[in-house]
Ligand binder design. Structure first.
Ligand code: ADP
Ligand code: ZN
Length: 721
């Protein structure tokens, strides 16, 4: 037999099939070791066939089979995915495997047991240790080999084995990340609205459904019911959440409901745990894959339902090559498996909602919270008035009043601010110089706890200078408020309140997020201050107040999605308030109280927001009525990067000249952030009427790659900086 193999080398030059002679055990989907040039490399068996397109006698043989990692489905989808994102098959195949496994750094873990075989052993009288070990094994007919050796000595145990009294058996062990962390989450009996949602989805012809339900409307229970149904039918499920460390409650709920039929694919796991969880899915021992974006490649077969919770979340689009979108992959998998895809959100993306409104997707609306609990009341605080009144703290009078009564009643509060650190930037009052990162064209943020300046783009950290590096002046001042400063101010105002802070700086380490969330859930703190990390899906019953300090900050980014993002963020953060018995409140601070986006958010008017937003997008020809394509050209040498940019630009310009009717916009420029991590950044920015020219754009852009200059293509990028 001949094996068609893709070698695991990312270069496009070797991105084709190589033929090898199959060896025993070679199957389609196997990972294998093959000779390539004068090296031995990993490869993937895509297909087995009789005969060869070449001289069969000259074919080299596969060296050995590593494992059967790839599913049939993976082999079937690789081609369309690599074509869609214009990346090599090897790179595409890597998406389907945990990276640890490719590096060969982890293996299965085995434990050896000593198992009693021969009931009547004749042990010489002088072999005291053997006799003791024998007596012990009679009592414990299956016992860990290592532990037994520790008790009675390796010599004695091995002697028993030689005698045939015991045999040594190897057994695979799973390194389970959540052993011992079992909690119980009883299944609720579904409300009528939930029942309707489930039956609509199951009976509908449509493959994809948008579950648009306000925060606290019980979407989770609908997902779980659908998954349970599919398991009953012998099928499997994939469940995506935006960031798994931010949503421990969701994974715990799944574990509680489905115990070890759930496998959690989580970047915070140890390499061994990841490996074992992945194999539990691959072998079919586990049926439900839970994880963030990359879990969409989970090796489950015969899928019954794919759930994407918080479908609007930006994290579902990869910002690394290949820049895939998990929703697109989910759709491919749903088609392949002929199964349901559920997109859930309280604030669906404009693109998704439009598809649902136009009937391409099924639409299920849950406009009320469970048990008709009211949505929190939103109070708008006009910060311009506060400033005029001489209030220069980050808190409005309204927020302070509400905080006081919230704390007095023994409830919890969340304060949201989308900026970490102490001060956004440091400015020299003598010369106006703003302190900037040496490697990036961005201002540095002052972090008071660490007493240093940090770059939020590359993570570099600098000592706080005593004088301005430009003019030597010593009058450095801080502008803009960050989470650290807010905590300091809160401590001054409420000395007895217990305050937690959650942002990138406090959540490092394997369980960083979990620890803070658990502390807050266990009522070990009264106030949680945090960045957008705290906006996602958490369910803290004692929270009755949410303060949003700078509701309009994200409104002023020069990005067509800033209105949508602001609406989503406010709705999501507000949704953390008043989820249990007590009525929740939200204080929303803004310098722009008349802004239409804020008005829609305050009234929980998603449809109003959508109608407005979609008409703006249509009038201005932005997505979903157009596609934004950005070709990024970056390199450490400015000249070389600029050279490549020109090349790419002229090549694309030909296309533009030939198809002017397809272009709404076409230009080249420096990127808004001119340099990141020492790399100069240029871009060709385009707006297209449709996707027809995409393949040609990719081809022309990627041809501009050189050894020193990186070129990549982004479609509707989440971030245009
Ligand atoms: P969402 O995901 O839509 O924000 P959740 O699924 O978190 O909402 O549900 C909100 C709250 O309602 C949770 O505390 C959940 O336990 C509860 N809940 C959900 N379904 C039911 C039900 N059928 N009966 C009673 N309580 C429910
Ligand atoms: Zn930097």
């Amino acid at each position: 037999m001949t094996a068609e193999v893709i070698v695991d080398i990312a270069h496009s030059e070797v991105d084709r099939i190589f033929e090898y002679r199959a060896v025993e055990g070679t199957e389609e989907g196997c990972r294998v070791k093959v000779p390539f040039g004068n090296r031995i490399v990993d490869g993937f068996v895509m297909r087995l066939k009789e005969g060869s397109d070449f001289d069969a006698s000259k074919l080299k043989s596969i060296v050995r089979v590593i494992d059967r990692a790839l599913t049939k489905e993976c082999l079937a989808l690789v081609h369309s995915i690599s074509e869609r994102y214009h990346c090599s098959k090897a790179l595409t195949l890597r998406l389907f495997l945990p990276s640890e496994m490719r590096k060969g750094a982890v293996r299965e873990l085995f434990k050896t047991y000593a198992v009693l075989k021969d009931g009547q052993a004749e042990i010489p009288a002088r072999a005291k240790a053997q006799a003791a070990a024998y007596a012990f094994v009679c009592e414990n007919p299956r016992f860990g080999y290592t532990e037994l050796c520790e008790k009675f000595g390796r010599g004695a145990v091995n002697a028993l084995a030689e005698r045939g009294t015991i045999v040594l058996e190897k057994e695979r062990v799973n390194r389970s990340p959540y052993a011992g962390a079992e909690i119980k989450a009883p299944a609720h009996s579904l409300t009528q609205a939930q029942k309707n949602a489930v039956s609509t989805i199951l009976s509908s012809e449509k493959r994809v459904h948008l579950l648009h339900g306000v925060t606290g409307s019980g979407k989770t229970e609908i997902y779980l019911t659908l998954i349970a149904k599919m398991l009953d039918e012998g099928k499997s499920a994939v469940f995506l959440v935006p960031e798994i460390s931010l949503t421990p409650q969701m994974s715990m709920q799944l574990r509680a409901r489905f115990s070890d039929r759930v496998a959690i694919l989580h970047s915070g796991l140890s390499a061994g745990e990841k490996f074992d969880e992945w194999w539990r899915l691959r072998t079919g021992e586990a049926k439900i894959a839970v994880g963030a974006r990359s879990a969409i490649f989970a090796p489950v077969e015969n899928i019954g339902v794919i759930v994407i919770d918080e479908e609007h979340d930006g994290s579902y689009a990869s910002e690394q090559n290949p820049r895939y979108n998990a929703q697109e992959i989910a759709l491919l998998r749903a088609q392949y498996n002929d199964c349901k895809l559920i997109l859930g959100s309280a604030t669906p993306s404009v693109e998704t909602y439009r598809k649902a409104a136009e009937g391409e997707y099924g639409l299920i609306e849950l406009p009320e919270r469970i048990n008709k609990r009211p949505l929190p009341e939103v109070i708008i605080a006009d910060m311009r008035r506060e400033v005029r009144r001489g209030n220069n703290t980050p808190f409005s009078a309204a927020l302070r009043d509400e905080l006081e009564s919230c704390l007095a009643e023994g409830n919890q509060a969340i304060i949201f601010l989308n900026r970490r650190g102490f001060a956004q930037s440091v400015v020299c009052r003598d010369c106006g110089n703003v302190l900037k990162c040496e490697q990036c064209d961005v201002s540095l943020t002052y972090h008071s706890e660490e007493g240093c300046l940090k770059c939020h783009y590359c993570g570099a950290s600098y000592r706080m200078p005593t004088a301005c590096p430009a003019c030597g002046g010593v009058h450095l001042s801080y502008t803009g408020t960050g989470t650290q400063k807010v905590v300091g101010e809160l401590k001054k105002l409420y000395p007895s309140a217990r305050i937690l802070r959650m942002d990138v700086d406090t959540t490092s380490g394997k369980e960083g997020h979990y620890k803070i969330l658990k502390k807050f859930a266990d009522r070990e703190a009264d106030i949680l201050v945090g960045t957008q990390m705290i906006a996602k899906g958490h369910d803290f019953p004692a929270v009755t107040l949410v303060g949003i300090l700078d509701a309009d900050m994200s409104l002023h980014f020069s990005d067509y999605r800033s209105g949508e993002r602001t609406f989503q963020l406010i709705t999501q953060v507000a949704g953390r308030s008043g989820r249990a018995q007590e009525q929740g409140k939200v204080v929303l601070q803004t310098y722009d109280p008349e802004n239409y986006i804020l008005r829609f958010a305050v009234n929980y008017d998603y449809k109003g927001f959508f109608r407005h937003e979609i008409s703006v997008r249509k009038a201005t020809a932005f997505p979903p009525f157009a596609k934004i394509v950005r070709v990024m050209v970056t390199g450490e040498e400015d000249k070389k990067a600029l050279g490549s940019l020109k090349e790419v630009y002229f090549s694309l310009k030909e296309l533009f000249e030939a198809h002017r009717d397809k272009f709404l916009f076409f230009n080249k420029m420096r990127s808004p952030v001119k340099r990141i991590q020492n790399k100069f950044r240029y871009q060709v920015l385009m707006r297209l009427t449709d996707d027809a020219l995409l393949p040609e754009i990719y081809a022309r852009a990627l041809a501009g790659k050189t050894r020193d200059v990186l070129v990549y293509v982004e479609e509707n990028p989440a971030n245009l900086s």
